[in-house]
Design a protein around this ligand. Structure first.
Ligand SMILES: [Zn+2]
Ligand SMILES: [Zn+2]
Length: 328
């Protein structure tokens, strides 16, 4: 198989040939059809978040066809289309796993972080953490759902069900999906992009946003909640100022620059500030059920697997509209 490998944080990925992996008990092997590029992959490659092992093959928004099944796997057949998300394994025994918070498990293993991911032609995964996907859908359009969609969904749910006036800061892969779900649920979406980022602003308007502006602007109404997907700590005090009393600000990313000090009055009035960490398998079930009747527009830019470094550079520079997807 071919893989794009990270040997050292801060370096470019290297294209390498490896023997095809063989699934162990409980695992399946996928022939990768598509793997989207998440900002978390960029944080791994840039060394913003530590990885437990190197070298590592990044990529955790994987869509592929099962071509080998390990012992003890039930309910998965060769030829099935599965998705492999960020949450690759958990201990199943800790207080978080037993309390329906497996996303917080201390022993969790993450795809493309603690085990090799989908920047490859083949990948093995724990079958119990994979998601059955539509056999007839376009794999390129499914791939961004596996993290941008799922984390976006978890972030939206963390904002509460009463978020009728919903702000979204950072209009990339996650935001462009979650905005459509929120509009479908009857919320009005206020999209904040980098000032003068006309590409992201046009995308936001086209997906049904009620208002679009720069992150340095205040929205025309007080927001019930704000989701922050951009990895920019300066947005936290801005978002707190944009939400009403009792409103919520939810940070959806795994890494953010430092949050600057701000006056307590921004938090006062029972405003809530929280984060979303990883995802649970239940999130995937709920998300795919919720979008079954939504005609989601998934905006993608396709790169050949060997051009993964170009996709990462363009994501770093903010030059990607929607989601970048690698195709082997
Ligand atoms: Zn656990
Ligand atoms: Zn991700």
């Amino acid at each position: 198989m071919l893989v794009m490998v990270l040997h050292e944080a801060g370096q470019a990925l290297r294209l390498e040939k490896r023997p095809d992996p063989v699934p162990a008990a409980g695992e399946i092997r996928l022939k990768v059809e598509a793997c989207a590029v998440c900002r978390t992959d960029l944080h791994v490659v840039d060394g913003d978040i530590p990885v437990p092992r190197l070298p590592i093959v990044p990529g955790h928004e994987i869509v592929g066809i099962v071509d080998m099944v390990g012992d003890g796997v039930h309910g998965v057949l060769i030829g099935d289309r599965l998705g492999v998300p960020w949450l690759g394994d958990t201990c199943g025994r800790c207080r978080f796993c037993l309390g329906q918070q497996e996303n917080l498990c201390d022993a969790a293993v993450f795809t493309g972080h603690g085990k090799d991911g989908g920047f490859a032609t083949h990948v093995v995964a724990n079958a119990a953490y994979c998601v059955q996907l539509d056999q007839h859908a376009d794999p390129v359009k499914l791939a961004p759902l596996m993290c941008a969609g799922l984390i976006g969904w978890r972030t939206l749910r963390a904002a509460g069900s009463l978020a009728k006036e919903l702000g979204i800061y950072g209009f990339g892969a996650a935001a462009h999906l979650v905005a459509q779900v929120a509009c479908q649920e009857g919320s009005r979406v206020y999209a904040f992009t980098k000032p003068r980022d006309t590409m992201a602003q046009e995308l936001a308007w086209s997906l049904g946003a009620s208002w679009v502006g720069g992150s340095d602007e205040q929205p025309p109404v007080a927001l019930d909640a704000a989701l922050i997907f951009a990895p920019v700590g300066e947005l936290v005090p801005l978002a707190l100022q944009a939400v009403r009393k009792g409103g919520r600000v939810v940070c959806g990313g795994i890494h953010m620059s430092d949050i600057p000090a701000f006056p307590y009055k921004y938090l006062w009035g029972e405003r809530h500030l929280s984060s979303v960490a990883n995802l649970t398998r239940a999130d995937a079930v709920d998300f795919f059920k919720a979008i079954r009747h939504i005609n989601l527009k998934v905006d993608t830019t396709v790169y050949p697997l060997a051009c993964a470094n170009d996709a990462l550079s363009n994501l770093r520079a903010g030059r990607i509209q929607g989601a970048a997807v690698l195709v082997p």
